[in-house]
Design a protein around this ligand. Sequence first.
Ligand code: F6R
Length: 611
Amino acid sequence: MCGIVGYTGGRQAAPIILDGLAKLEYRGYDSAGIAVKNNGGEMQIVKAKGRLKVLCELTSDGENLGGVCGIGHTRWATHGEPSENNAHPHCNDEKTVVAVHNGIIENYAPLKAKLMRRGYTFYSDTDTEVATKLVDYYYKKYNEPLRAISEFALHARGSYALAVMFSDYDGEIFAIRKDSPMVIGYTDGGAYLASDVPAILKYTRKIYYIDNYEIARLNANGVTFYNLDRDEIQKQSTLIDWNAEAAEKGGWEHFMIKEIHEQPDVIKNTVNYFLQDGKLNLSELKLTDKQLSEIDSIIITGCGSAYHVGIVAQYVIEDLARIPVRVEIASEFRYRKHVLTGRELVIVISQSGETADSLAALRDMKERGIKTVAVVNVVGSSIAREADGVLYTKAGPEISVATTKAYSAQLIAMYLIALKFASLRKTLTEAYYDSLINELVSLPDKISRVLENKSEVQKFASEMVDKKDVFFIGRGIDYAICVESSLKLKEISYIHSEAYAAGELKHGTISLIENGTLVMGILTQSELIEKTVSNLKETESRGAYVAVLATEGNDNLPADFRKLSSLPKVDEHFSASIAVIVMQLFAYFLSVLRGNDVDKPRNLAKSVTVE
Ligand code: F6R
């Protein structure tokens, strides 16, 4: 999704802004732009279609643009094609009000019509130009920037993080947000705003999260916050506990491979955080044991890979804690006419904490009085703040668009929730419960062993590089692993792939199997292996090239199946955590071999703040 960076202070703004935008490139975008202004000077706006480097070339990395105050933007097109004209910043005709915006103004059409009746004309197809001219309209009417911004908020519907410069207000940036992320930072060197922390982490780790309908006014002397009535409000800052290096590539070729290798540490950190002196502490759920005991079913929701974590968790929680679990894609869940008892617990899983559909599902459940818990990576994000309780995954900043380490950390959080319910419901013997805790503690070493064997996966990827279609099949938790493996593969290698419950293929989809189609079987669930092997054989006899990923010790597999590296043994409830690593590597190597932009796959955005 779009990225915003703003700076005002004593230094030249453009290089700082372009550097910050580069840190947000991972979010996905198709054009970029910047507006800067020197005190008493003219507003300068430069925009370019395509990669940020085009904008950097046009401005000599910002050096050509003088000015100590500015805003910049990377745009992920929603209204209007990617073009220089539609790129932000947008401005009024006099170039005295300039703005960048993330999100969608849902009522932009009636607002535009209203502004046109008042004599405004429009040069782009964007809702952002409408937003800018709406601010301009109220600024001209009330001659006061805070009033103009709050009137904008009262009249615009939808989601927005909006940053505005008024040429009458030298060295000042005004910002407001609703349902679109925006963070503010301040140091002696000046004030910063950004859509995400990595953009400004180099300058400050003291961050303010602005809430919906809060206005921030930034200048060289500091940041002041206001509500919509323009009353000043006090806000607490949060200290970010990861440093700027965590959001850098650190010598790796891509963020994705770096993040894949961070998984042992991420899992260790997440386990250690919630496991104190060997005892599970989930007090951050903000639910007492009594309240948890009253819960009679769990509903898990999320999008994409976060939803896939939910599929694994469904098997794990139901089996370990014997409590009914339902898992549903957030964009469907939010529109369902639910039948609820009031004794459900809703768990929303989200790396960014800003995914529009997941947030809407959470709000819907809260409105109905259902207890909600979030499993979130980004501290202070909307979902984290709005859920009743939040378990933060300790993955650190995830920059690669395709998630790896956040997925793994989310799995851990869900295993811990399973164990919590299991212990309250007394569904496990003490010895088995303790052994599961030990298994969690041992996961990082086992994952490191998988990573040490990555060259085997690389070799396999080089053999498969020309495949046009890949099917992943498995049963139970293996099916859940297939779904994530398939998404990982298609999103970064652009090879068509599907995940199927192994028994389901023959009900139609098997007709797609041709000579040489790659069918990959995931075989970690011992009770289900024979069944899946039969299904793999069915595809093989129709020409499929069968490859399998199995746990070590599984020697009874047909000799003609191509075996990928054997997975270290782990309690089978947790096997997704091991198997997925191989599949992440497989997708990564294929993407590299095919020359794709691994960290920023086409058409995708890191944080999906539109519905
Ligand atoms: C896939 C991927 C996406 C996200 C999905 C939800 O690699 O990253 O499918 O999992 O967009 O995002 P969050 O977790 O931020 O809600």
